[in-house]
Structures are given as C-alpha cells and as structure tokens.
Write a protein that binds this ligand. Structure first.
Ligand code: GDD
Ligand code: MG
Length: 354
C-alpha cells in the first residue's frame, strides 16, 4: 500500500492576515468546508492507502490531531520536527521511520496546502505512477504551465505530454525555481511542466537517492529518528541531532540531482494557493467574478474577493474591480488583486515594525 506523507510545517505568509504563524493556511477552510489539510488527508485515504504519516512542528500538533479526528481519519504517525529544516529532512525522517515497519512500502509525499478539486482523477494519477515507483523511479506530477512562474520547479520531458493521459513519462531534468528569463524560455518550449510538489517513490529508492545525493543529511536525521521520544501519540524527533541537519528542500537536495525521475502529467486542476489571487480563482464566483465569504456583501463589483473571518464583522464593497479584501478581527487587508504577491513583503515589513 501507499503511505501518504503529509507535510504541514510551513507558515504561508502570502495569505496574511488569514494565514498566521500560529495558525497557517493549511489549517483554515480556505475554499470549501474542510481545511486544506483535511482535504489533503481525505484525498489520500481509502483503498490502497495506509494511514497517513504527518510531519509538523510542536505548535501545530494538536491542530493536526483535532482536524484529523474531525475528518474521521486515524493517523499512522505524527512526527514532530524540533525546528523547521525544510522538506528534505522531513521526507528523509519519514522514510527512515517507515523503513522500520514497511521497508518495501511506497510513500506519496504531499503538501497539505494545495487545492486539487478532483480527488478521483488525482488518485488515478497516483495509481498510474505506482508501477514506476515500484521499479525504483522517483515519480513527480506535472502540471501544464499557465505562465512563467518563478516560484515553482520545472520538469523537462523527453517527449510531448500530448493528451495529458495519466502515464509515467521519462524526465530529462528537474529545474527548481528558475529566474524569470529561464522560466519564460521553458514555458515557450512546450516540453516543460510545473512540478506539483507531490512525489511518489519507494522507501528504498528515496533512501538510496538521499545516500547518493545528500549523504550529509542521513546520519543526523537517522539519529533524530532513532533517538526520538514517543509523547502522547506523537514522535518527537531528537533535537540535538536535528540541530546538525541542513535546511534544504527535497527539490534541491535530491530531485535536481537524481537521474531516475519520471513524471505523470496531471491536467485535472491543481493550485498551490500561492496568494489571494489564487484563492479568488479557486473560490465559487458569481457571474461578475465576485467571491464572498463570511458576512460580506458586494454591490456592483467585478472580479473581486471579499472575505470576513469574523461573524460579527460585516464587509461591504461598492463598485470595486480586481480587489481582494480580507478582514480578520485584528487586521484588514485591502489590495489590488494583481499585487497579491506583495503581501509577503508587507508581512516582512510589519515584522520589522514590531
Ligand atoms: N513538515 C514540514 N517541515 N513541512 C514543511 C517544511 C518543514 O520544515 N517546510 C515546508 N514544508 C511544507 C510546506 O508547508 C508545504 O506544504 C510543502 O512543504 C512545500 O513547501 P513550500 O515551502 O511551499 O515549497 P515551495 O512552494 O517553495 O516549492 C515546492 O512546491 C512547488 C509547488 O507548490 C517545490 O516542490 C516546487 O518545485 C513546486 O513547484
Ligand atoms: Mg508552496
């Protein structure tokens, strides 16, 4: 069976003021009724899937257990990272932990803050990747690029993805976060897909890849797992060896360096909700493109997102175009929708002020 590995250690500052350090976006119902984390766990549950392994930090551990219980999903394990070290150490810790109980198993590594509206199509794509993963390939999932995004990884194919049928294709190379010029060239070339940030591989293959491409991570992460302390159903990774672990993403540590890569094209809808503009796009909108949430009223507005996260706080927009407005009890964001990416900088500036 496939072990879902749910990563939920990030803080998602581009969705301020809703996403906070203490309560980041993956734990909030951003689109739909469930939180993104709950939807991710549900998407990877059912026949063929083992109970999920969750990697998070100490601050979020009770949010994780509460939200899983509410969704009716039993976790296989919840590993607590003493500090955020990015995705490579987190994935390695999960692999070393699984090696003890299911060394022949497969792992499906997934962020918990993405929107994938068609869960069935997604599970089909995973199923299409399983034989390749069993044969030792590191399987990625490729999205048709919509623009020259510099915040994503790119997957160069050896052939045209054609009709985007769910089948593993050979991958020439993996390019993580190109500069703007390189991104534009890759989108124009037509043989590149966006890396969805979701990976399927065997425990054996990913451990071999870490040993080959990022050997310096292996000893300290192994020690952190071996010396980890069970605590109320959580496994706390040991802080001393974890201190020694380099902060690096799996994309840079392994994917850019590995040669046994495959990609399953995925065309059924995917968004990493990287800003309020993306949330607007994924929300239910009326004919004029207005999306509202909470006590919000739009009069004569177009292509606008109005959200109030406080039942007692009414938000009203009149005659707006291309605006995102998000009201929290203690902060309000009003922005040009085209400048949604600048929220990150605004948050950094706020931090400096306090
Ligand atoms: N447990 C844990 N610990 N989770 C983490 C940590 C950590 O230290 N750091 C990040 N994560 C989680 C984030 O919460 C997110 O769900 C996921 O891992 C990916 O991390 P991001 O920081 O969001 O990565 P990214 O968006 O810059 O880039 C990745 O995703 C893109 C698609 O959204 C890469 O894989 C790109 O290649 C890809 O295109
Ligand atoms: Mg991301």
């Amino acid at each position: 069976s496939v072990h879902p590995i749910l990563l939920c250690g990030g803080s998602g500052t581009r969705l301020w003021p809703l996403s906070r350090k203490s309560y980041p976006k993956q734990f909030v119902p951003l689109v739909g009724e469930e939180t993104l984390f709950q939807a991710s766990a549900r998407r990877l549950s059912g026949p063929g899937y083992a109970a999920p392994v969750v990697l998070t930090n100490s601050d979020f551990r009770f949010i994780v257990t509460e939200q899983l219980a509410e969704a009716g999903i039993d976790p296989g394990a919840i590993l607590i990272e003493p500090a955020g070290r990015n995705t490579a150490p987190a994935v390695l810790a999960a692999a070393l932990w699984l090696e003890k109980t299911d060394p022949d198993g497969l792992m499906l590594v997934a962020p918990s803050d993405h929107v994938v509206p068609d869960a069935l199509a997604f599970r089909d794509a995973v199923a299409a990747g399983v034989p390749a993963a069993e044969a030792g390939q590191l399987v990625t999932f490729g999205i048709k690029p919509a623009h020259a995004e510099t915040g994503y990884g790119y997957l160069e194919l050896t052939e045209d993805p054609g009709d985007f049928a769910a089948r593993p294709l050979a991958l020439k190379r993996f390019v993580e976060k190109p500069d703007a010029e390189q991104a534009a060239e890759m989108v124009a070339a037509g043989t590149y897909l966006w890396n969805a940030g979701i990976f399927l591989f065997s425990v054996r293959a990913i451990l071999a890849a870490f040993r080959a491409h990022a050997p310096e991570l292996v000893a300290p992460v192994q020690a952190a797992v071996d010396q980890g302390k069970p605590d109320l159903g959580f496994l706390r990774l040991a802080p001393e060896p974890w201190e020694q672990v380099e902060d690096i993403s799996i994309d840079y540590a392994v994917m850019e360096r590995a040669e046994n890569l495959s990609v399953v094209p995925f065309a059924a809808g995917w968004s990493d909700l990287g800003g309020w503009d993306a949330v607007w796009r994924e929300s239910r909108r009326d004919v004029r493109g207005v999306a509202t949430a909470g006590p919000a009223t739009a009069l004569d507005c177009d292509d606008t997102l109005l959200r109030s996260e406080d039942a007692g706080l009414e938000i009203v927009g009149i005659g707006l175009k291309d605006i995102v407005a998000v009201a929290m009890p203690d902060a309000v964001l009003v922005a040009d929708a085209h400048r949604a990416q600048d929220v990150k900088a605004a948050v950094a500036a706020l931090k400096g002020k306090r």
